[in-house]
Design a protein around this ligand. Structure first.
Ligand code: NAI
Length: 697
């Protein structure tokens, strides 16, 4: 039973006990109703307290039951809440630490609520593309008012209990209890033991001086802010029902909305993304209880763009950093950039001055490898040149203490070859951060052929500590994300040759939901980066066809925003991408040289060529074991490449379209004489799944 029962004096205490966060799984729900029945039957019990064991009151639904029959098995959460309301003895919810989703809905079914300060309270269902489904949209407005409830439900954001308790007129918390919560709750329960009639939230009325106008305003703002997601607007509708309809009719409205949203592709995509992110940290052949190495300090080699950003992650997490460069000027420049970044945060009020100073105090710099000897880990972020990295790793090997982890931030070089420069390849691993490294959530953790399991487990845990979303990648050119983006870029190039302008391609991609189309992205990241890589890559693979337009652009010195011109023109100091007549001419000229007559290409074709290029390469990556699972690829694209969240990532999107349809489209693209037939040869895994009517998931 995942809820315990005991009687203290005249008060029965039901304690939810389903680690880690007392999710309301079937056994827990059953435990609550059985506890209620015992309390009803015991004449000595005058009141009941419901609380949570360990680190939470309740985090809501037990996500391990999602999609299983147990999730719906009676008593479901609605039935449990009805049982609470029907109880003849007063029930006090004693809320602490975490009270979210179904946990908050459960507490609102109780007659009274007392809370510990610092409790994180939320109805986060909207983040999974849903509305709260057990009365949250009807009861919360009755307790904290229409506007406060709407804000919480539409945003899904967490609010601290003391802030809620301070809201004028709120009835959510009858009392905030400092110190021993359970003792306070039991004392409170004794006080109200004889109170009759028992207060029910459903009997309260929602009042608002100008509800219609307010709700219209809310619909306008929420609609504009959540263009691709239906749930936020449906949240407004459900909350509106709390003031417009009687309680039971409002509950019916909430239920219908919940069920309808459950079926939408957007909610499926958001739920997929949620589970994909949790799954990404699991590595089948590395035991969850692998003993981790201690990483109490980190050395960073190279204080350039990436080195500085990487350093900030550790400083933010309170981990001391020593940065090494070959020249004092480079160190000074690196430190100045870090300072500038922090100072901008201080100015915006996002970082307190004393925190800033605390973080800077953790940073040391050096020109000497001898100063790295006490660090538990080194992360190399020097020039992307094997000879330079080789020198660095030889010196790290010579000075770092035994057991120290040696990581490289290389984006294209072979991690195994880098590991082979040392006498301890088992301690070497890739940590591929994304730029700007202090902002981007994604971290590709590159597992070399010889990387020790505990090194991998340690880096995954460390990544989490510095608040990154970590995904494991095997060793290959470009790892997962950039290997796939290369195919996407190749298609973007072919589209230009066949008749598109950069702006047309970008617009189609952005309409699909990408944060940025491929050409705006190139201008932001710097077109020279790809140019440099292509020079190497296409020498190695002379038969690989790609469009030369990007090379022609770079030959004009148009590297993007940093040179004031790229695929687009830029006005000094501004980031608005202005379509460039010069670039359009350049493309037209190149097209003519290739003898291609331009044709009008529709948005659907543009988007599908870009996205299916990702999908096909992704399928190869899964089959080769470079990615552990297709959903890891989705995590990478959602967190590192601006893939639209409501599509769930490229592999999830392909599943939604249907793999059969994806393969059909690829066969169509292969017949285009200006595309590359070999490019569209379906990956064996994709072909197999499509033929068997299966999906990546
Ligand atoms: P960067 O040119 O901004 O910085 C490199 C720094 O390394 C310079 O400050 C340089 O003085 C220093 N350096 C060079 N040789 C050194 C040596 N022997 N010892 C110590 N320091 C040395 O380059 P960036 O962009 O920071 O790239 C660093 C690494 O990160 C490269 O491997 C790159 O491929 C990778 N990377 C870059 C990304 C980006 O978007 N810029 C993204 C992901 C990875």
């Amino acid at each position: 039973m995942s809820a315990s029962y005991e009687v203290r004096g005249e008060v029965a205490v039901i304690t939810l006990d389903n680690p880690p966060v007392n999710g309301l799984g079937h056994a827990t729900r059953l435990g609550i109703t059985q506890g209620l029945a015992r309390a009803e039957d015991d004449a000595a019990v005058k009141a009941i307290v419901i609380t949570g064991a360990g680190k939470a009151f309740s985090g809501g639904a037990d996500i391990r039951e999602f999609g299983t029959p147990k999730a719906l098995a009676e008593p479901n959460l609605l039935s449990v809440i009805l049982a609470l309301e029907a109880c003849s003895k007063p029930i006090v919810a004693a809320i602490h630490s975490v009270c979210m989703g179904g946990g908050l809905e459960l507490s609102m079914g109780c007659h009274y609520r007392v809370a510990a300060p610092g409790t994180q309270v939320a109805l986060p269902e909207v983040k999974l593309g849903l509305v709260p489904g057990a009365g949250g949209t009807q009861r919360l407005p009755r307790l904290i008012g229409l506007e406060n409830a709407l804000n919480m439900i539409v945003s899904g954001e967490t609010v601290k209990s003391e802030r809620l308790a301070a809201m004028p007129g709120q009835k959510l918390f009858d009392k905030l209890i400092e110190g021993d919560l359970l003792a306070g709750a039991i004392a409170f329960a004794s006080e109200v033991a004889d109170a009759r009639p028992l207060p029910l939230v459903r009997d309260l009325k929602v009042a608002h001086p100008n509800a219609d106008a307010y709700l219209q305003f809310a619909r306008n703002t929420v609609g504009a802010l959540s263009r691709n997601l239906p749930a936020p607007l449906r949240c407004v509708d459900a909350v509106a029902a709390s003031i417009q309809l009687p309680f039971d009719a409002g509950m019916k409205k909430e239920r219908e909305t919940f069920v309808a949203l459950m079926m939408t592709p957007e909610s499926k995509a958001l739920r997929h993304a949620f589970f994909a992110e949790r799954t990404a940290s699991k590595i089948p052949d590395v035991a969850a209880d692998t003993k981790l190495r201690d990483v109490k300090s980190v050395a960073i080699i190279g204080a350039g763009t990436m080195g500085g950003g990487i350093a900030m992650n550790f400083l933010n997490a309170g981990i001391p950093v020593v940065m090494l460069e070959t020249k004092q000027e480079a160190l000074d420049r690196g430190v100045a950039t870090i300072r500038k970044n922090y100072e901008a945060q201080v100015k915006k009020g996002k970082l307190k001055q004393d925190k800033y100073e605390e973080r800077m105090a953790l940073l040391r710099t050096t020109l000497s490898y001898a100063d790295l000897k006490d660090a538990d880990m080194a992360i190399e972020a020097v020039f992307e040149d094997f000879a330079v990295k080789e020198q660095v790793f030889k010196q790290l090997d010579a000075v770092m203490k035994p057991g120290a982890i040696l990581a490289t931030n290389t984006s294209t070089l072979d991690v195994d070859k880098i590991a082979a420069c040392t006498k301890r390849p088992e301690d070497v691993i890739g940590t591929h951060f994304f730029s700007p490294a202090n902002v981007m959530k994604l971290l590709e953790v590159v597992r070399g052929a010889k990387t020790a399991k505990d090194v991998l487990a340690t880096v995954m845990a460390l990544g989490k500590k510095i608040r990154k979303t970590c995904v494991v990648s095997g060793v290959c050119d470009g790892f997962i994300g950039n290997r796939m983006i290369e195919q996407y870029s190749r298609q973007a190039g072919f589209l230009l040759e066949e008749g598109c302008t950069p702006a047309q391609v970008d617009k189609a991609a952005e309409k699909f939901g990408f944060a940025m189309g491929p050409f705006r992205m190139g201008d932001l990241a710097g077109n020279d980066v790809g140019w440099y890589i292509r020079k190497r890559r296409y020498v190695e693979k002379p038969n690989l066809r790609y469009s030369k337009t990007a090379d022609l652009l770079c030959e004009l010195g148009r590297f993007g925003q940093k040179t004031g011109a790229g695929w687009y023109d830029y006005k000094p100091g501004r980031r608005d991408a202005i379509p460039s007549a010069l670039v359009d001419d350049m493309i037209a000229k190149h097209r003519a040289e290739l003898g291609i007559a331009p044709r009008k290409i529709g948005d659907d074709e543009i988007v599908h060529r870009l996205v299916y290029a990702l999908v096909n390469e992704g399928a190869k990556i899964v089959e080769e074991g470079i990615a552990l699972r297709a959903s890891d690829i989705d995590v990478i694209y959602l967190t590192g490449y601006g893939f639209p969240l409501h599509r769930g990532g490229p592999m999830c999107y392909a599943d939604t379209v249907g793999l059969f349809n994806v393969v059909q489209a690829m066969r169509r693209f292969a017949r285009n004489p200006h595309d590359d037939a070999a490019f569209w040869e379906p990956a064996p895994l994709l072909a197999r799944l499509a033929a068997d009517g299966k999906t990546f998931s």
